[in-house]
Design a protein around this ligand. Structure first.
Ligand code: ADP
Ligand code: MG
Length: 381
């Protein structure tokens, strides 16, 4: 009861400090270090709003500019151009310590010689003048956040006496103790083993929901981002490709990069072409697409977009079947496939029909996406 009340108080206090984040033409260029090298545009004209109280997953492959984007928001790096607003305030020129952000990095960077309690109170120690806190108040505040991240029984230990997951919770508690308006997490789960990573990401989600702090969570792991984010921002080489609710982005990828980046197993991509209103893969016409003019295209099909059918229009070589409980994964191949293996997820009831060297599919049209060959842009039909 008392515990719930504390959470309620924290949530209520924090809700007053809910913060929307606006990025306006935000750009960061790292100039080339030599004549041969090129400038790197790590963040290229980011222009979007993060509504208050949401958890945003900033997602993209390694080197695409995620950390740079986060560092610009925290103030650790200065933008080349563009502006950042927290609420209505322009914070572009504010130093990081005046922005009211909490930061958590991949390597937890705890002080090894300090206890958990001292690590958490550390950011409160150097307050001056009227902001100075008494020891009792600091311990009270630290205990409150330690309860929130469920490490309140470990306060006397040193970091070396904690598991990786517990250390990361200390780092999160240390970021939360200042009651930040915005929480920024840079690949916070990457150092944890697979099970702890799953568990800790659920925890993060819970903590974010309970506190209501606007949170930006950076990861290269699409599954991680999809599972906990209210919105995801998919980026590549400094450029934002798509922003939206995870399910919407999954179901409606704007280009081939986004389609390929999201989904496990990954989407199946084929060389195809449109002729006379029919979509062809190899010499089979697999779908009616009357609104598209004749041209070569990339065809992407989600694993759940295949239906096994003896009269199906699309014939693939059947390599093997992997049973995963209720569903089975049909592993197939086709000379026009860009993936080595084609993976189709079908329900186990259809397994009886899979006893030949080939398998015939029909396609669910809403699970088939067609893209321009050169630009990768989606062609709608
Ligand atoms: P991510 O976090 O997505 O892996 P980063 O934001 O760290 O990507 O880097 C984006 C790009 O900017 C990369 O090409 C990287 O090499 C470059 N970069 C990052 N920091 C610097 C820096 N301080 N000086 C020069 N180039 C940098
Ligand atoms: Mg990074």
């Amino acid at each position: 009861m008392v515990y719930n009340y504390i959470l309620y108080i924290i949530a209520r206090e924090r809700k007053c400090g809910y913060m929307k984040v606006t990025l306006q033409n935000l750009t960061k260029v790292f100039p080339a270090k030599s004549k041969k090298a090129k400038d790197v545009i790590a963040v290229n004209d980011f222009d979007f709003v993060i509504e208050d109280g949401l958890l945003i997953g900033l997602l993209g492959p390694s080197g695409c500019g995620k950390s740079t984007a986060l560092n610009l928001i925290s103030g650790l790096q200065k933008p080349t151009s563009g502006k950042i607003f927290f609420g209505d305030d322009d914070v572009t020129n504010l130093p990081p310590e005046n922005r009211g952000v909490g930061l958590v990095f991949q390597n937890y960077a705890l002080y090894p010689h300090l206890t958990v309690l001292q690590n958490i109170t550390f950011p409160l120690e150097n307050r001056k003048g009227k902001d100075k806190l008494t020891k009792e108040v600091m311990v009270e505040m630290a205990t409150e956040v330690a309860k929130l991240v469920q490490i309140d029984t470990l306060l006397d230990r040193k970091p070396a006496e904690l598991s990786g997951g517990q250390q990361q919770r200390v780092a999160i508690a240390r970021a939360l103790v200042k009651k930040p308006k915005i929480l920024l997490l840079d690949e916070p789960l990457s150092n944890l083993d697979a099970r702890l990573r799953l568990q800790t990401r659920e925890e993060l989600r819970r903590i974010q929901k309970q506190t209501g702090i606007t949170t930006i969570f950076v990861t290269h792991d699409q599954e991680e981002a999809m599972s906990i984010s209210d919105m995801i921002v998919v980026m590549k080489e400094g450029v934002l490709h798509q922003i939206g609710k995870p399910q919407d982005v999954y179901e409606n990828p704007i280009d081939l990069f986004v389609a390929k980046f999201l989904g496990t197993p990954p989407i199946n991509v084929f060389d195809g072409y449109v002729k006379g209103g029919q979509l062809y893969i190899g010499d089979e016409s697999v779908l009616d697409v009357s609104s598209i003019e004749d041209k070569e295209v990339d065809v992407a099909i989600r694993p759940e977009g295949f239906v096994v059918d003896e009269n199906g229009r699309f014939t693939c070589n059947l390599n093997r079947i992997e049973v995963m409980g209720r569903d089975i994964s049909v592993v197939a191949s086709h000379e026009k496939s860009q993936n080595k293996d084609i993976r189709a997820i079908i329900s186990a009831e259809n397994m009886a029909r899979l006893n030949q060297a080939t398998v015939k599919f029909n396609l669910k049209p809403y699970k088939v996406y067609i893209f321009e060959k050169d630009s990768g842009k989606r062609i709608y039909f």
